[in-house]
Design a protein around this ligand. Structure first.
Ligand code: COA
Length: 262
């Protein structure tokens, strides 16, 4: 195994050790919300981890208090992801097709893509403070990351509708009950528990891991990729519409949105 390496990017930390590439959201002042530059860093890190034989498992984590507040809302206004090769879509495709095991540790808010990326992970460990939410409709948007397909598969239609139409948050125990997370642990232990599981996986024969993951997911990877594309087209259209503009402006002005004119 090669020696540990550290690559510092501004808001995404990448650390590889013992066969595990750990990507850490590191933008605490903005609740780890994700900018286009961060999606690029994430997509690049996934591509490097995919190509590097020394990396056998990838772990995504935040801190003990926040996983991610989702897409940076200011960035939605400044850099709307319109093209298919926009950084967010590069990241989503890399995530959905990543051949090695993906592990996540989630504490505190996991909003939007902070929750939808978990559908693409193989093992998820949550702090008991984890709060998952999919507020796309509340923002005048629609689901992304294939979540319009994967959420009803995981939760059944009615719970998926509660999460995706009402946009109501759900918490660690509910996520455990529906199978979105494997285990709920104290928030200060989540990253370490996930790291230990990732290292346990990294010690296993890599070809068996990647083949088993492929067999688990092969039947629906094409549908997931097609749904990501379909959602992206609708998302890009809604992003320019009055409801989303009102929602983003309201967030920035720290007021409730008024959709009566949309
Ligand atoms: N985009 C940009 N900035 C964000 C952000 C986001 N998605 N989420 C939080 N921030 C910023 C806030 O504007 C605030 O910045 P400021 O200190 O300059 O005013 C800072 O992060 C702290 O956020 P705050 O709302 O005060 O923290 P909180 O602990 O009260 O609430 C959240 C945390 C995550 C529940 C709340 O910030 C939130 O709901 N964020 C928006 C989530 C969202 O709609 N994401 C888009 C999904 S598609």
């Amino acid at each position: 195994m090669r020696t540990a390496t550290d690559t510092r990017r501004r808001d995404i930390l990448v650390h590889t050790e013992a066969g595990v590439a750990t990507l850490t959201f590191n933008r605490p002042d903005k609740k780890n919300s994700i900018t286009a530059a961060m999606y690029t860093a994430l997509a690049d890190a996934l591509a490097q981890a995919e190509a590097d034989a020394a990396v056998r498992v990838l772990l995504l984590q935040g801190s003990a208090t926040v996983f991610s507040a989702g897409n940076d809302i200011g960035d939605f206004i400044d850099n709307p992801p319109a093209e298919k090769d926009a950084p967010v879509f590069r990241f989503l495709r890399a995530l959905a097709t990543f051949s090695k095991p993906l592990v996540a540790a989630v504490c505190g808010p996991a909003v939007g893509i902070g929750t939808t990326l978990l559908f693409h992970c193989d093992l998820v460990y949550a702090g008991d403070n984890a709060a998952f939410s999919l507020p796309f409709v509340n923002l005048g948007l629609c689901p992304e990351a294939g979540s319009s397909l994967l959420a009803p598969q995981a939760f059944g239609h009615h719970r998926a509708a509660e999460a995706l139409l009402l946009g109501e948050p759900f918490f660690a125990e509910a996520a455990l009950e529906v199978g979105l997370v494997n285990r709920v642990v104290p928030p200060t232990e989540a990253n370490a528990v996930a790291q230990a599981k990732a290292r346990k996986l990294a010690a296993k024969p890599p070809a068996s891991l990647t083949e088993t993951k492929r067999l688990l997911k092969a039947h629906q990877t094409p549908q997931v990729l097609a749904r990501i594309e379909e959602e992206a087209e609708v998302f890009a259209r809604l992003l320019k519409a009055p409801a989303a503009r009102e929602a983003f402006t309201a967030f920035i002005e720290k007021r409730r949105p008024d959709f009566s004119a949309t």
